[in-house]
Design a protein around this ligand. Sequence first.
Ligand SMILES: [Zn+2]
Length: 316
Amino acid sequence: MVRLLFIILLGYLAGCQQTFVMESEQIVSPTAASSPVVLAGTPQSRSVPTRAATIPPAIESDPIMTLTPDRQLAGPWLSPTPSLTLTMGEQVIGQSVEGRDITVRHIGSGPRIILLVGGIHGGWEENTVALVNELITHFENTPEDILPGMSLAFVPSANPDGLIHGRVEVGRFNANGVDLNRNWGCDWSEDAIWRSQSVFAGSEPMSEPETQALARYIQDTRPVIVLFYHSSAGGVYAGECDGDHGSMIMSQILGEATGYSYGEVFTAYPVTGTAASWVDGQGIPSADVELFSWTETEFERNLNGIMRLQRWLSVE
Ligand SMILES: [Zn+2]
């Protein structure tokens, strides 16, 4: 009889424990469900994580980490001669002609970095600055969207001097009057064109402090992909410098996921010295992503594209 009571008691306790676990899950689930990620396009759809408990602590409190330029050979995290200290969170990588900070925000801990650059054409394309800021907010609030092995780096405003002017032509250029997407060192020409007019490409390739800051950051961190957001030609235009270095296939994958056209050369007018082509020449797949409009951020389709590129590159 005593033994029977003991067995009943054990069963009761086990039942309590089970009830407790289920209540815990019920408490966790609504939290996770409060920030659903809805990705447009069914082929790329994925399940939404159900456990809020997997969200890591605040990015600002993460330790400083080091990367080496040649991550393939030296390994991503430790090197006897680290060339760069990357701070998680926001980092100033240089200044504009007028002394405004150019900042990068780095989210995630994986060694494969996708770098996303907005606002190289300043206030003329200020919706691209808004897009990158929206992406920063999204990935800060949804860190589970950074896939294994990946991290994301964001430069929301590559031309802060131009940005302050807003949607006027002078806002496209930096404070030296240079078109920063004609200043880079692949196919640079002093006879640079925007639409039907000549634009200043700088006194020489890579002459501008904004260009130098970005180039230094790219050379030091060696991202696996670099995208430059523009508006509003509505297409993904692969960088190309002395042959393709992966930009074409990357642009195709991105185009399919975003709905922007791809696989075409930009022919509206000749372009020289672009950032994406210089990056391609560094052996890094790169493209200009032209939004459809100059007023909207087209957030969902661009988030979809970033998730697709991550799945392409992610390693467990
Ligand atoms: Zn542009």
